[in-house]
Design a protein around this ligand. Structure first.
Ligand SMILES: [Ca+2]
Ligand SMILES: [Ca+2]
Ligand SMILES: [Ca+2]
Length: 261
């Protein structure tokens, strides 16, 4: 009897343990299941949030980009139109200015040609007047050789009264021209050393670049400060200058330089 009781008690105890184990297993399973459900729900929530967030972000991004693109296109279009207008205006101004300059240039060229014709006509008339009055022309100068005889200063005054001055010899050709024209007729030239003895200068203040002093001249013999050409006692065909006293009466030569003939 007592053994049966103990056996029943042991069996009951084992059943109790199995029940407790099953309960624990079910609880664990529920816990796991609940945990999985919780995780799943959380994942779904997160997924929904992410999806919503992505959708919202894509819409925002997509909408903003389209608006920006349209604004940029409009801006670029306006910029192109403005640049085109500026280019057209600049081209119009350039062509207008160019045409005006061409017209001005043509007018100036016509005025220049007209002035040259008038100048040539005046010079021809002037040369005719000079030649008719006994002047001679050689190498851009008119010359007047007098037959009168005066002192150097009076001779120069006569030339200046004519709007000219005493002759200045600038080249060998000019000297040779007068040697032929004058022969042995002595004549004053515009050369003097009155200011500083021995420092010969032309009437325009320049110093001689070519010199044709006769042999032994200038010698300042009797205080001679004025120069003649065609010195009678010369022994050379080209070297014919000599210094004479300025008060001596001699013929003279006036020179008028001209250009354009
Ligand atoms: Ca000259
Ligand atoms: Ca002298
Ligand atoms: Ca002399």
């Amino acid at each position: 009897m007592s053994q049966d009781v103990y056996a029943n008690v042991n069996r009951a105890a084992k059943i109790g343990e199995r029940v407790e184990v099953e309960v624990e297993i079910y609880e664990s399973a529920d816990t796991v299941t609940n945990g999985q459900n919780t995780v799943t729900e959380q994942q779904e929530t997160n997924t929904n949030k992410t999806t919503q967030s992505n959708v919202t972000g894509q819409d925002c991004h997509h909408t903003t980009g389209t608006r920006s693109c349209r604004l940029a296109a409009v801006f670029l279009g306006l910029l192109c139109v403005i640049l085109l207008i500026v280019i057209i205006l600049l081209w119009f101004k350039f062509t207008t200015d160019r045409d005006q300059l061409q017209t001005s240039n043509s007018n100036l060229a016509a005025e220049r040609d007209q002035l040259q014709k008038e100048r040539d006509g005046l010079l021809m008339n002037l040369s005719e007047l000079f030649l008719l009055s006994g002047w001679k022309y050689f190498n851009s100068s008119f010359y007047y050789i007098t037959t009168e005889k005066k002192s150097w200063s009076e001779s120069r005054k006569d030339c200046r009264d004519k709007g000219t001055d005493l002759l200045i010899i600038n080249s060998r050709e000019e000297q040779e021209f007068f040697n032929k024209e004058l022969g042995r007729t002595e004549a004053w030239i515009g050369l003097t050393d009155e200011v500083t003895e021995g420092d010969w200068k032309w009437v325009d203040g320049s110093k001689p670049t070519v010199k044709f002093w006769a042999e032994g001249e200038p010698n300042n013999y009797q205080n001679e400060d004025c120069a003649i050409t065609s010195f009678q006692r010369t022994i050379s065909d080209i070297l014919t200058w000599a210094d004479y006293p300025c008060h001596q009466s001699v013929s003279w030569i006036c020179e008028k330089r001209v250009t354009g003939l």
